[in-house]
Design a protein. Structure first.
Length: 278
């Protein structure tokens, strides 16, 4: 034990204990936040870049922490994954997203909602059940829901995922492959799975206007998607130049700070009123 203690000292025990305490604290707080319905969902519009109308929106979770301010997903999703809270978190986000999309639909704005699905959620045996129940409870038509999945959830489970996605597709739910181009087996997945939407990762979009090879990659992804009859969405569009280059290369669906940051539901409704009514 003492030796262990000595070895630990090398890694600075105080900071390590402080870190552990901090993490335990955060875990407790996250549990409470989920229980008390304190997580919020922001929405970022996905634009038809030709008409500038908002056709879809992506749901992005936020945690208004009592002392640490607004926490972004990268600060608590990994924790939620590790401590078994991700399924609950995912269900909350799904429910809030479907409710919001249904409210928009009621107001005459059929804006589809895209919800991020964590690999663990997708692999959970109750996943399909949860989706069905949520659609039923919120009355959102299945065709208004998009599920965004990433390659990392799939590579080791392609057969199982394939069955799940085919079931979702039969229900009329749309599937988007998120962060496309960043993984190792994107093309295999495209061949094997019933994908409807490709989301070009923002790392390619960022330097589109400066880097010839990124432009070439983006062009190839757009061509691939269009030729396969998929919808292609570029994410992380920040500048007019990026917007224009993407349009020139037939990428008509775009998302990014150039159009709008992720915003609370009410702000999104305002945006939709101005953009979609004219
Ligand atoms: P993602 O699915 O790739 O989501 C896009 C991220 O890019 C969001 O970050 C969004 O705010 C950010 N973004 C949008 N436009 C721009 C832009 O023009 N420039 C730049 N630099 N960034 C932009 P966010 O909200 O921090 O989310 C990060 C990641 O956390 C997401 O990446 C997603 O993987 C995960 N995430 C977010 N919400 C949820 C959720 O409800 N459930 C799960 N399982 N994961 C979520
Ligand atoms: Ca996403
Ligand atoms: Ca993405
Ligand atoms: Ca990402």
């Amino acid at each position: 034990k003492r030796e262990g203690g000595n070895r630990f000292e090398y890694y600075s025990p105080e900071s390590s204990i402080a870190w552990t305490r901090d993490r335990l604290e955060l875990e407790k707080e996250l549990r409470t936040a989920i229980l008390n319905d304190e997580l919020q969902v922001f929405f970022q519009p996905i634009i038809n870049a030709r008409t500038h109308q908002i056709t879809r929106m992506e749901a992005l979770v936020r945690w208004p922490h009592p002392t640490r301010g607004f926490l972004s997903p990268s600060e608590f999703i990994p924790l939620a994954e590790n401590v078994g809270l991700i399924e609950q978190l995912g269900e909350l986000v799904l429910r809030m997203s479907c409710l919001s999309a249904y409210r928009l639909l009621q107001q005459g704005y059929p804006v589809n909602v895209a919800v991020n699905v964590n690999p663990r959620q997708l692999m959970n045996k109750n996943f399909l059940q949860t989706i069905l129940k949520t659609l039923q409870d919120t009355q959102l038509p299945a065709g208004s829901l998009i599920l965004e999945i990433t390659e990392s959830s799939i590579v080791n489970n392609i057969e199982r995922v394939s069955i799940i996605l085919k079931t979702l597709k039969q229900l009329n739910i749309l599937i988007a492959l998120d962060d496309f181009g960043t993984g190792y087996s994107s093309l295999t997945l495209l061949r094997e799975l019933p994908i409807d939407i490709l989301k070009i990762d923002k790392s390619f979009v960022r330097t589109l206007d400066q880097n010839q090879s990124d432009l070439t990659i983006v062009q190839a992804i757009i061509g691939l998607g269009n030729n396969m009859g998929l919808m292609v969405v570029a994410e992380g569009v920040e500048t007019a130049e990026q917007n224009q280059i993407l349009l020139q290369h037939q990428c008509y669906h775009q998302q990014g700070y150039y159009f709008s940051r992720p915003v609370p539901y009410n702000a999104l409704v305002e945006l939709i009123h101005t953009k979609n009514s004219s």
